[in-house]
Design a protein around this ligand. Structure first.
Ligand SMILES: NC(=O)c1ccc[n+]([C@@H]2O[C@H](COP(=O)([O-])OP(=O)(O)OC[C@H]3O[C@@H](n4cnc5c(N)ncnc54)[C@H](OP(=O)(O)O)[C@@H]3O)[C@@H](O)[C@H]2O)c1
Length: 289
């Protein structure tokens, strides 16, 4: 069994490498494969003949996407079409990752897979288009929506992750302003990667929400990071309007792992427990370095 991992050195890609192990895994970085180039995708699939493809590649600097819609659609939608077409030709299964941002956040309760998406920004619209290419073209697929990812290597596209940014700002002694009017479920890339492996092994293709459990605002998440790390920076709750980001974001994008639950696989731990584990893992790494 050959598994091709696209975006292997990214935040989620690194955790998928751990979860899937070395046996039969072909890790490809951006330098090895540009997913927006259809010919390169076909060539890579012909060379490695994967049974399973894990695609973590994305253009996901959300505010930047507002000014770069062509690039957002090239990487998050058209490139995904390249992948599904090439996967279909060799009979491979594709695991593709999407986002909680496909929802507008006005529902007021956790979103299930059956709830209609209504993206508020370019990034989310391009990711939704990517989802549709997968679901319309390739039967053997897993489209996985997740939320607020953090992993040990940090997001390459975003230049780090929220936890590391908070810890750095606290070390710098700066006042830290974080929005309290966007509610989500922060999700450990390590927990997600393990669950992806379990899910892929079921062969139950389809659309899945996968996040840790519970919910919080970004402000509450920041407060928990500092509490668990034993730090007391000046943390101030602010609003999305006051921050004035270019892209609109959903006020409430908590996902309900309903389809995972129906398979008896929704045992992801609470986000706070996952955060505690992350902080202990990173401490261990810092000690070893
Ligand atoms: N981060 C989050 O909070 C979050 C939330 C919800 C959903 N997601 C989704 O989860 C997935 C993984 O996110 P992540 O945080 O792990 O991202 P990441 O750290 O930025 O990793 C993405 C990887 O894909 C590579 N890549 C980017 N553009 C590419 C292209 N055109 N061709 C080939 N490779 C390319 C990147 O390489 P380079 O860096 O070298 O370009 C990087 O290795 C994405 O689909 C994202 O939309 C993320």
């Amino acid at each position: 069994m050959v598994t091709l991992l696209i975006g292997a050195n990214g935040q989620l890609g690194s955790e998928l490498q751990q979860a899937f192990g070395d046996d039969g895994l072909v890790p490809l970085g951006h330098a090895d494969l540009e997913v927006a180039e259809a010919a390169q995708v076909r060539e890579a699939f012909a060379r490695y003949r994967p049974d399973l493809i894990l695609n973590t590649a994305a253009y996901h600097r959300v505010d930047e996407c507002e000014d770069e819609p062509e690039r957002a659609f090239a990487v998050n939608a058209i490139a995904v079409r390249n992948l599904v077409q090439a996967a279909g030709e060799i009979g491979a299964t594709l695991v593709h990752f999407s986002t909680d941002y496909v929802f507008d956040g006005r529902q007021g309760r956790p979103y299930q897979e059956v709830d209609p998406p209504a993206p508020l920004n370019v990034y989310a619209t391009s990711k939704l288009a990517g989802e549709y290419f997968v679901r319309a073209t390739l039967e053997r697929h897993f489209v996985i929506r997740t939320c607020g990812l953090y992993g040990l290597v940090g997001s390459r596209g975003k230049g780090g992750n929220f936890v590391e940014t908070m810890l750095r700002l606290a070390r710098e002694g700066r006042e830290i302003r974080v929005v309290g009017d966007q509610v989500l479920t922060p999700t450990s890339a390590k927990d997600l990667a393990k669950k992806v492996r379990q899910l892929a092994e079921t062969g139950q293709y389809g659309l899945y929400h996968i996040t840790n459990s519970g919910e919080c605002s970004w402000y509450q998440f920041a407060a928990a990071i500092f509490e668990l790390a034993g730090m007391r920076p000046r943390l101030v709750e602010t609003t999305s309007a006051a921050l004035g980001a270019r892209a609109n974001r959903p006020a409430y994008s908590v996902l309900d792992n309903a389809n995972l639950r129906s398979l008896g696989l929704d045992d992801l731990r609470h986000w706070r427990d996952a955060l505690e584990d992350y902080l202990s893992d990173r401490k261990q790494i810092t000690k070893e370095a």
